[in-house]
Design a protein around this ligand. Sequence first.
Ligand code: NOJ
Length: 741
Amino acid sequence: MSDHQLVTRQAGEPDAIENRIAALVQEMSLEEKIGQLRQVDATGDSISDYLRREITAGRIGSVINQINPALVKELQDIAVHQSRLGIPLLIGRDVIHGFNTVAPIPLGQAASWNAELVRDAARCAGLEASACGVNWTFAPMIDISRDPRWGRIAESLGEDPYLTAELGAAMIEGFQGDDLTEASSIAACAKHFAGYGASESGRDYNTTNIPENELRNIYLPPFEKAVEAGVATFMSSFSDIDGVPATASGFLMRQVLRDEWNFSGFVVSDWNSIGQLSVHGLTENDREAAFQACTAGIDMEMASNAYIDNLADLVAEGRITIATVDEMVSNILRIKFSMGLFDERLAQAPAKLETIQSNAFEVARKLATESVVLLKNDHGVLPLDGTALKSIAVIGPMADAPYEQLGTWVFDGDPDLSVTPLQAIRAFAGDNINVHFAQAMPSTRSRATDGFDDAIAAASNSDAIALFLGEEAILSGEAHSRADISLPGNQAELIRTMRTLNKPLILVVLAGRPLTLGDVLNDVDAVFYAWHPGTMAGPAICDLLFGAAAPSGKLPVTFPKVVGQIPTYYNHKNTGRPPESDTVIHIDDIEIGARQTSLGMTAFHLDAGYKPQFPFGFGLTYTDFAYSDLTQNSHELRSGEALRLSAKVQNCGARAASETVQLYVRDLVGSITRPVKELKGFQKIYLEPGEIREVAFTLDTDDLKFFRRDKTYGAEPGEFHFWIGRSSEDGLFSRFWFKPA
Ligand code: NOJ
């Protein structure tokens, strides 16, 4: 048993819990056992007779999608008081980046690089949700996403295994709290295990192609970290991997999750993903699908009935042993016991929503502020001087869109709580600044230009123009992938029209993914990338626009110039012919990007070079940070020892601001080819003007280990490069050698 097992981390003696599980399982009939493995959709304004009957009969272990507190209480009462064994229910809900109060989409949260705030936001979401009786969320989604066409990149924490692992663990800690038995703690779910983010061409649910070294070195580390953080549950992915849908993958669920990582919680399928094994063409019918999923190690079936309809027969036929069923039930009961569901938890009075909410607003606002990335700021056009400015034009379909600013996966998000950018700017402006608003387009997708005249009028009467463009919530999220990820509709045309007015032009993008901004970048003076910032979008953006706060977001994902560059990510391999410069060469007016180097022709796109639009880790602010004095306590690292690597960072400008200092490492030679850079640490620091701080990282051999050619994990001796800097493309550089003995 590993020392990070959930049951040892949570209140309650593990042995006592195991004894209680064993005693209960012994009392259960086969039907009751199989009932625990079943989650049923409980959507609706009342409890159906069917649901009532099935819970009473002990044929349901969990429900999903009921958040009416009175109905949830009634459901629990039926389970606890009317079923034979009184086993309480898990009440599941997708509480992804908020409940009624909504924080930025997870991709935006990742841009904050602030684990503490991310933890706080999950805590707030858990508090709000648990007040309605929800005790299990299907978050965090820690799928590595290298493809911005994929709609679910919005739900992800970006492209980097380390950043995703750190922030995913923070979310788990936030949802689950210090003590899982508290009524305000909800069980988290690490999803989607595994590889969903690699869906080919970013088309949702698509097949994936991930070699084992890539799977283990890139896609799995955040999940292993989730187990270390004590996550209660895992969800299998819809996608298939190496020809086997994840829901039928014993390699993933048994070998990796249980045998290698000692996970002691339970695994839930995704929605009908057991039934869908037959659609994948892996099985002929639900009976075989149930057999495969059960054999692979899926403990609970979400929404469909393959288990409840078939498991008893499979046991009778001797194809599934009763020991397997007992193990599945025990995994689920372990979480129910660890959560205190059999004890006082259900009797605890839920916290009052109103008291929770004011804290949630504050956290949502802070996180929204820290999630915004300043991509461009020519001539220091930002921040705007609120004392000198007489008027501002606020233009665009995302300026006053209370629902759209919340982003995807906001089942319970309350748009009435939203403060929009227009509202916040008006409140800030008061009587001192005239605010001229024009929506300009009915939606971001619109091709209509008849609203442009209003926009021109508003802008002509103003000292500066703030354009709120991007994508509505519906353009990202599950099953909402795009093939063209430029600004939709006529937005680029609107920008060009605004440019002709020759006023300071600030673009604020609200979107669920990186967009290919292309020429638009040349048409504006400044760009804020705000993602979908959630309930407090308005105050956060207003604070940044007028300098009450300084931007501190850094990109958690690479921004491509054009779709054809995808996938583009900073931790790529070197290849045998790496490009040496991004110069696009013109011959006879045709762009020829390929470049002759000492190694021969290199890997350019003729029409896009090889660099992305913006690199991972990039983000500007209202001051300059100078990096200096790179130091290391040694040039050699030996097994069991650690290196101390540090640099000094000084705020050289006139404004206080935060900087995320990033540590990258490159392993020069490996038994498999290694990435050109890997993030190994980051620290977000706040510096007053002139202030200087030393930022130190420790690095040990564990940090250098990877899945090697011989299929073992470990670090390999040799030369390593490292950088401490402000992004994946910028940093002070030095080297060290790993010498095991
Ligand atoms: C399907 C999604 O893939 C998953 O992430 C979600 O938690 C479930 N549906 C439940 O809504």
